[in-house]
Design a protein around this ligand. Structure first.
Ligand code: R1P
Ligand code: URA
Length: 290
């Protein structure tokens, strides 16, 4: 029996669009660029021709068009893995659930997600201006722990070593570790990008070891993060969405990768807020290679 998704579980608006994104199934391309900032959607779409759809609701702005003949959807997610739960689930539903019957389609449609974001660099070799492709993402956000199959898609040995190195506080949620899609990584992360391990945090300040007026629970967190090595890998950067993008995509059978521009280096304590031209270079590289 094909499972029926009730009205409360898969919420469809009166016009046939999905609840949060306000997008209809026919307007989703197979290739999807995810960006945090709704303003970055226009920057990506400025490279498109043949724009076929533009919709907006809350922080979710979507444009579908063509880049050198390839049909691509660019979607803003806002900040955080909680929003990625909404965006990736709703896009998967648009692709793989028949809205008329509210049942799963018989044929699976695979989507490709590339997130283009900004991040904080954690190594001396990731200064501001570096493009980092997340070969592996560690989720400090907890999202994937709510889904069955989490252990099958995560690198449990890496997690064990990381938790031991960090002397992990059990009051925090369990960190989960997911690899990017290998073929997508090899295609997109060429010599002009650093491949690294990214931690996606459930916050910009405390979870990323930034101390303003409130002291941190573990003042040594970032030092331990920066020193961690496993199988020749180092943790290169902090951002806030890559783990959920990689984890949910892997559970659903989609391909995913996150590429970020370093806009702050935590080691040398420098930041660059004038990064629009540099992120545009990253956008063009990803559009060419997706
Ligand atoms: C924090 O400033 C935001 O910037 C980074 C983080 O992941 C977080 O979303 O990414 P975006 O530039 O894509 O939003
Ligand atoms: N985004 C983050 O999440 N952290 C940084 O330090 C910079 C951008």
């Amino acid at each position: 029996m094909n499972k029926y998704f009730a009205e409360s579980e898969l919420i469809i608006n009166g016009d046939g669009s999905i609840f949060h994104l306000h997008l209809k199934p026919e307007h989703l391309a197979d290739k999807i660029i995810l960006v945090g900032d709704p303003g970055r959607v226009s920057l990506v779409a400025s490279h498109f021709t043949d724009i076929e759809e533009e919709v907006e609701n809350r922080e979710f702005r979507t444009v579908t068009g063509r880049y050198k003949g390839k049909r691509i959807t660019v979607q803003s997610t806002g900040i955080g893995c909680d929003n990625i739960d909404i965006v990736v689930n709703e896009m998967d539903a648009l692709a793989n659930i028949d809205f008329a019957t509210r049942t799963e389609k018989s044929e699976f449609r695979q989507l490709t997600f590339v997130r283009i974001g900004t991040c904080g660099g954690l190594q001396m070799y990731t200064p501001t201006g570096t493009f980092v492709a997340s070969q592996k993402s560690i989720g400090f956000d907890g999202l994937l722990n709510f889904y069955a199959g989490r252990n099958e898609v995560c690198d449990l040995e890496f997690e064990k070593a990381f938790k031991a190195h960090m002397n992990w506080n059990p009051q925090l949620c369990d960190p989960y570790t997911v690899d990017a899609d290998k073929e997508l990584l090899d295609r997109i992360a060429q010599d002009d990008m650093v491949r690294g391990v990214t931690i996606a945090c459930g916050g910009f300040f405390g979870p990323q070891g930034r101390e303003l007026r409130i002291p941190l629970a573990d003042p040594k967190q970032n030092e331990k993060v920066e020193n961690f090595t496993y199988d020749g890998l180092h943790i290169t950067n902090f951002e806030m969405e890559s783990s959920a993008v990689a984890g949910l995509s892997k559970l659903m059978g989609h391909k995913a990768l996150t590429c970020c521009l370093v806009i702050a280096n935590r080691r040398v304590k420098e930041a660059n807020t004038g990064y629009k031209n540099t992120i545009d270079q990253l956008i063009v590289k990803v559009l060419d290679r997706i």
